[in-house]
Design a protein around this ligand. Structure first.
Ligand SMILES: [Zn+2]
Length: 452
């Protein structure tokens, strides 16, 4: 028998260290190879991948986020000799994220020389262009609507079609118009389930609230801090604010890795990678890039001493908005801003993304006011936050209705749920049972997908 099987090394009934091996007697293809980020601890590697690295033919990466890409550089070290396939933007973004990861965790999982080896073996492909992985197996990247360059991966395995969604978003976001659905009928759908029990509001409605609040806060000469993930959410926030004419005169400061990611984003502003609607919007505004607007100010450009810049921004009389990392307040410039601005009850901290349990962001989100902050030099300091806290329910993942729609439209006969908490999966499972044969995975236990 030559069946196609799947073995998960992470992200079964939780989010983190996505890593899935599709395997038959003759072939082994790895989909993603991420790390699980744990608040205030070192990240966790996908258990078991080291032992099978030597027999993998090819690795396919859906997108740059560390929970999908962070353990990839260790594969060569453990005997992997094939190629890494990804989109061009993913290659640019992931390189920066890997370097950043080295800075944060050191050589725990892999080293600079492992990174070099990966880079020599990366093959980039556009969306919707099939490419060969092995004899009888081709793959295609399909727009996922999640972050720049993010792809679903469609695999044609000797005529059996397997679609791996990785992280998808159905909502219209500033740069994308949601995920694309392949024309073909799919045999097996490997579906994320992050928001399996949740309806996510339309972006435009959240955007209206954010813009109105921002205007009101700066009109009263106060400051609004928007901690955001460097890849994706920060660009979305900046575009949402930059393209609002009512905020044309408001200084919007950008601090942290965001500035580098903006440059990468600018490079890929074309109809190959972003929506036509976004390109039209830019044209109407007379802009080549949304980050070209006069009122968007990268913090390092203000003074050659970054800390002085942050002090200046925090102490001047103007009303302003600060978009900065890190998104869950686990470190980064946002700590300095909270130290400088957190004691004023008129300032506002606006959450723009999900806050994982155990993060400093989650503590504040849940109402804790006594927080430990770390400055640039790693020194900690207890502060009592008095600023207002606001929550904007953005999500980078598909709403439950978008997940169901993909299941129906692809006509998948088998649906494997992954990348979601158990309670999210339990909720959507009833629906899956109505439209297909549902599957759940156990870590490191091979599950048969198809008999060939
Ligand atoms: Zn992601």
């Amino acid at each position: 028998m030559n069946d196609i099987n799947i073995t998960a090394y992470g992200a079964t009934d939780y989010v983190g260290r996505s890593s899935f091996l599709l395997h038959s007697r003759d072939h082994n293809i790895l989909l993603d190879c991420g790390l699980q980020l744990v608040p205030k601890q070192f990240s966790i590697a996908p258990k078991g991948v080291d032992n099978i690295a030597h027999k993998i033919d090819s690795v396919l990466l859906s997108h740059a986020h560390i929970d999908h890409s962070g353990y990839m550089p260790s594969l060569s070290k453990n005997g992997f000799r094939g190629n890494f396939h990804m989109t061009h933007p993913t290659k640019e973004i992931v390189y920066k994220l890997w370097l950043d990861h080295l800075k944060i965790e050191g050589r725990r999982h892999w080293s600079e020389s492992d990174l070099d080896k990966v880079f020599r073996r990366i093959k980039t492909t556009e969306y919707n262009k099939p490419f060969k992985i092995s004899d009888g197996i081709t793959a295609r990247f399909i727009n996922a609507g999640h972050v720049l360059g993010a792809a679903q991966i469609l695999i044609d395995w000797e005529g059996t079609l397997i679609l791996y969604t990785a992280d998808i978003n159905d909502r219209i976001t500033p740069m994308f118009d949601g995920y694309d659905v392949p024309d073909e009928e799919i045999d097996v759908l490997l579906s994320e389930s992050t928001n399996g029990d949740r309806y996510v509001p339309e972006r435009s409605k959240i955007d209206v609230g954010l813009r109105l609040m921002a205007k009101q806060i700066v009109d009263e000469k106060n400051k609004m801090i928007l901690p955001s993930f460097a890849v994706g959410r920060s660009q979305e926030m900046l575009i949402t604010l930059a393209l609002d004419d009512d905020l044309n005169d408001v200084p919007i400061y950008m601090d942290g890795m965001i500035n580098h990611m903006n440059m990468v984003t600018e490079h890929f502003i074309s109809d190959k990678w972003v929506s036509k609607r976004f390109l039209e919007q830019l044209k109407d505004a007379g802009l080549h890039s949304p980050f070209d607007k006069q009122n968007l100010i990268p913090v390092p450009s203000i003074s050659n001493r970054t800390h002085n810049s942050r002090k200046y921004i925090s102490s001047n009389e103007e009303g302003s908005i600060i978009v900065t990392t890190s998104g869950m307040l686990e470190g980064g410039p946002v700590h300095t801003y909270l130290e400088l601005l957190g004691s004023n009850p008129n300032n506002v901290l606006g959450f723009t993304g999900y806050q994982v349990d155990g993060t400093t962001g989650r503590e504040i989100f849940d109402g804790n006011k006594n927080i430990t902050l770390r400055n640039n030099y790693g020194k900690s300091k207890k502060v009592n936050l008095k600023l207002k806290v606001m929550k904007f329910p953005y999500s980078g993942h598909s709403s439950v209705d978008g997940l169901k729609e993909l299941m129906v439209k692809t006509k998948a006969k088998d649906i494997v749920l992954m990348h979601g908490e158990k309670r999210n999966q339990d909720y959507i499972l009833d629906f899956v049972k109505d439209v297909a044969k549902p599957r759940l995975l156990k870590e490191e236990v091979p599950t048969k997908l198809v008999s060939l």
